[in-house]
Ligand binder design. Structure first.
Ligand SMILES: Nc1nc2c(ncn2[C@@H]2O[C@H](COP(=O)(O)OP(=O)(O)OP(=O)(O)O)[C@@H](O)[C@H]2O)c(=O)[nH]1
Length: 530
């Protein structure tokens, strides 16, 4: 048998499946959108941080570089080619003092000369000191005529991080006579690099040179180490900047870099990718959960509303049709909606009622037939004994109410056995049929004749006194006598007759006329016994 499935369950599963499919598609779209947006946001944070550090560095080193340029130029009013003259030395030292006082970030300002001498305030170099051999001197010579790259280093005495900028000192003939160098404290830069971010705890900035050597890093143990992995991703273009991601040990990193080529520095701001992914995953999870819950709630609500508007009326219709088929009256308890379902319901209701009405008619006809069959004697087509009992009961009850007279006649064919024996049972049947017909034609419409059993008949005559009944009986006798029966058989009957009176009951009058009929037999048959 085909499995029965409930409509509301079907609606629920279809809408849920559709909702889940929609949720899945929306989730994938939203997840990828949020992920891209998250990465973009993180890149923008990295870019902004990187820019602010760059701006700080640029702002920080600009006056230092200017000071270096100024000291080495003729505008300073100092001729460094005369560095050996005490007057010039005094001039230079006083210029250094002025600059140191003007630019607080200057930690040291000094110059070294081709003879190995050093000019500096408040410091006496050791006797074997040779300025020409110092790294800052050589760095300036190397980048001549430009200012040397900012070379960070840690001061041996103060342990402070300093950065050194140097530039060659040229005499009017264009010959290098020495190098001016400024060392500046980098506290502000180191501090700016170490600025943390609440959203991305692993974010940090560092500075490396164009070979990938780390120059300044919040983790002080790192400077001087090489960062080959990241440098391989940075293009070798002047002042380039951009985003990149790379693998650093077991960590995947996202970074923004900016080359400051005039310093030979690359400022990198980087963060662990897990730091970015975590908030993105959190946002995605919360958003998707909200969407999933919202969608499921909407789906369930939709399925509930659909159920109310579609399934409830259909269920009502199902009950109504069942009630109609069971013949129950709905008593107006079913109200159908004013839509297609309502129209269909009305049509089905009418159709069912019509079909039922038709069935009822058929049933009535059948009942009538059944009733007629159950009240008719099959051979003679007159009333049978059951029907006669009903007629008698009705007359008795009528008499008891109205005292209206009525008579009962009972007759039996004389020597009928002989008819059967002589002519056969079939002829006997024909005689019975004919006799019934003859007697029926004789009596009044208001009288009822019935076959009581075998060859015995009963006639009930309403509103009839005994005298009238007697005359009816003699009419019957003469009609039988006159009638020609099959095989010319001479049919006679013996008849008992009584008028119902106050002493009678249904049973007693029947016993009485039965007795009278047999009395007629005993008295020679073919006679009426009143
Ligand atoms: N052909 C036919 N015979 C029937 C039917 N019903 C009863 N009989 C017969 O009627 C006969 C009645 O016989 P009995 O009771 O001896 O009475 P009888 O021969 O009429 O004699 P009396 O009544 O004493 O005059 C029997 O032979 C029954 O078989 C019937 O429906 N058809």
């Amino acid at each position: 048998m085909k499995k029965f499935s409930k409509l509301h369950q079907q609606i629920f599963s279809i809408t849920t499946a559709l909702a889940l499919l929609t949720i899945l598609i929306i989730s994938v779209c939203i997840a990828s959108l949020l992920y891209t947006q998250g990465i973009d946001n993180a890149e923008s944070v990295l870019r902004n941080k990187n820019r602010s550090v760059n701006a700080l560095i640029e702002g920080y080193v600009a006056p230092l570089r200017k000071a270096v340029e100024y000291t080495g130029s003729s505008a300073s009013g100092v001729d460094h080619s005369r560095f050996q003259e005490p007057e010039t030395q005094t001039k230079i030292q006083s210029l250094y003092k002025i600059l140191q006082n003007t630019i607080p970030n200057i930690h040291y300002i000094f110059s070294g000369y081709e003879d190995g001498s050093l000019l500096i305030n408040n410091y006496t170099p050791p006797s074997d000191y040779n300025a020409v051999e110092r790294p800052w001197y050589q760095a300036a010579i190397k980048s001549n005529p430009m200012i040397s790259d900012g070379v960070p280093y840690q001061d041996i005495n103060s342990k402070k991080w300093l950065v050194s900028f140097g530039k060659t000192l040229i005499n009017p003939e264009g010959k290098v006579v020495g190098v001016i160098s400024i060392d500046a404290g980098m506290d502000a830069i180191v501090e700016a690099l170490a600025v943390e971010d609440e959203k991305y705890p692993t974010i940090y900035n560092f500075v490396m040179n164009t070979e990938g050597k780390i120059l300044i890093h919040p983790n002080e143990t790192l400077p001087d180490t090489l960062h080959r992995e990241i440098i391989s991703h940075i293009p070798n273009e002047m002042n380039a900047s951009g985003s990149l991601s790379y693998q650093d040990g077991d960590q995947k990193k996202l970074a923004h870099y900016n080359r400051i080529d005039k310093l030979g520095w690359i400022v990198v701001t980087e963060v662990n990718l897990t730091d970015i992914r975590e908030p993105i995953v959190k946002t995605i999870t919360t958003t998707l959960l909200t969407i999933v819950l919202g969608s499921l709630l909407t789906t369930w609500l939709m399925s509930y509303i659909l159920s109310r508007h579609l399934i409830v009326p259909l269920k009502k219709l199902q009950h109504r049709v069942q009630e109609i088929t069971e013949g129950k009256d709905s008593q107006g308890k079913y109200v159908f909606p004013n839509n297609e379902i309502g129209k269909i319901s009305e049509a089905i209701e009418k159709l069912t009622e019509k079909a039922l009405f038709q069935k009822n008619i058929e049933l009535k006809d059948k009942n009538l037939l059944l009733s007629s069959i159950s009240h008719t004697d099959q051979l003679t087509a007159i009333a049978n004994r059951r029907k006669m009992m009903e007629v008698l009961q009705k007359e008795v009850s009528n008499y008891q109410k109205t005292r209206q007279p009525f008579c009962v006649l009972m007759f039996d064919i004389d020597h009928f056995k002989r008819v059967n024996d002589t002519y056969g049972h079939e002829v006997g049947d024909q005689v019975l049929v004919k006799l019934a017909k003859v007697v029926k034609a004789t009596i009044r419409n208001t009288d009822t004749i019935g076959r009581w059993g075998g060859e015995e008949f009963v006639i009930v005559c309403p509103h009839t006194y005994q005298q009238v009944a007697l005359s009816m009986a003699s009419n019957i006798f003469s009609a039988i006598h006159k009638h020609t029966f099959p095989m010319d058989i001479d049919v006679t009957v013996s008849l008992g007759l009584s008028e119902f009176n106050d002493h009678h009951s249904l049973e007693s009058i029947l016993v009485e006329i039965d007795k009278k009929m047999y009395l007629a037999k005993q008295n020679g048959r073919n006679r009426i016994q009143p």
